[in-house]
Design a protein around this ligand. Structure first.
Ligand SMILES: [Zn+2]
Length: 161
């Protein structure tokens, strides 16, 4: 069976750098869904994140987003990319990458300074609750905040041509 290459595989991952990108926009009925590519490491260029810290960022990020006063009703999904270089965030509505930078700054600052038990990190609540690394999650959140989200330039908001 001949299968078409899906859109996200057509992005030049060699030239892709950490940033915030619109991966795609889809119609669900008459509602636009925007999928963001929250790219935290440079693909095929630097080490990927380990699963434990990815898992911790997922739990903390999802908890933050679904409790956010302004955005919670527009959050459809937040979760990791299988390649462990970033996350996907799906929002209900049509957005540009710059629209969510303030939200992401808040979210990664929340993760970077988080103390205490990781939400949902219990056997009853999660499929692999011991697989968590809060110190590394905080380190990576701080790094992304400082090196990418603070004073983010245009080339980190638009996929390479
Ligand atoms: Zn989990």
């Amino acid at each position: 069976m001949e299968m078409e290459k899906i859109t996200s595989f057509t992005v030049d991952h060699i030239r892709l750098v950490p940033g915030v990108y619109v991966s795609r926009r889809d119609m669900a009925g008459d509602t636009v869904i925007t999928t963001f590519d929250i790219r935290m490491t440079s693909p095929n260029d630097e080490p990927v994140m380990n699963t434990a810290e990815v898992h911790t960022i997922e739990h903390l990020g999802a908890t933050f987003l679904r409790n956010h006063g302004e955005w919670k009703d527009r959050i459809l999904y937040f979760g990791p990319m299988g390649c462990r270089t970033g996350f996907y965030l799906l929002l209900i509505g049509e957005y540009e990458s710059a629209d969510i930078v303030p939200l992401l700054r808040e979210m990664f600052a929340f993760i970077a300074s988080y103390e205490g038990e990781v939400p949902g990190a219990r056997a009853k609540d999660c499929g692999n609750y011991l697989d968590m690394n809060l110190p590394m999650a905080k380190y990576l959140a701080r790094k992304y905040l400082d090196e990418v989200l603070t004073d983010i330039p245009d080339f980190r908001l638009n996929y390479p041509d």
